[in-house]
Design a protein around this ligand. Structure first.
Ligand SMILES: CC(C)(COP(=O)(O)OP(=O)(O)OC[C@H]1O[C@@H](n2cnc3c(N)ncnc32)[C@H](O)[C@@H]1OP(=O)(O)O)[C@@H](O)C(=O)NCCC(=O)NCCS
Length: 128
């Protein structure tokens, strides 16, 4: 790792959002796809910073849904770069939900997202 990677050695808050009723299924739980998109956005923010440019998502691994997310929760994604390859950047992401009207915070999901830095033609670009 180069010195720039040290700032990613700890999870950083990359995104915070609140799901709305339109993001919920008939049970009132938030769709997994909504949570995945938040995680993907969070990961791409730190990956783009590390890549100093555009990246695309190439893989999602180890995705776990531990607890449900509800309308009105405050949802935060913490992201940490765990690997930098020649053109790829791998980011561990943990999502935490703060329940409405409660101080309780719970880990709701985690997953490992890999991004590839690309050039203007969409071809992999070196990030080392
Ligand atoms: C990402 C993309 C540019 C890679 O192109 P490619 O020609 O297959 O590139 P390569 O095979 O050289 O792989 C590039 C890097 O990705 C990594 N990679 C490829 N597939 C992977 C996978 N399933 N899991 C983890 N890493 C993977 C490779 O190991 C390589 O990393 P490295 O250079 O750090 O060693 C191309 O597959 C693509 O455009 N995919 C669509 C992306 C997309 O639309 N995402 C959704 C919207 S953002």
């Amino acid at each position: 790792m180069n010195t720039q990677d040290h700032k990613y050695s700890r999870p950083e808050p990359a995104i915070r959002n609140m799901p709305l009723p339109g993001d919920a299924n008939a049970n009132g739980d938030i769709f997994g796809g909504w949570i995945l998109s938040q995680m993907d956005l969070a990961g791409s923010i730190v990956a783009n910073e590390r890549a100093e440019g555009r990246t695309v998502t190439v893989a999602v691994e180890g995705m776990k849904f531990h607890r449900p997310v509800f309308v009105g929760d405050t949802v935060s994604c913490y992201a940490r770069v765990v690997r930098v390859g020649s053109t790829s950047i791998t980011v561990d992401i943990e999502t935490v939900a703060k329940r409405r009207n409660l101080r309780e915070e719970v880990t709701v999901t985690e997953g490992t997202f890999t991004y590839v830095a690309i050039d203007d033609e969409g071809n992999p670009r070196n990030v080392k």
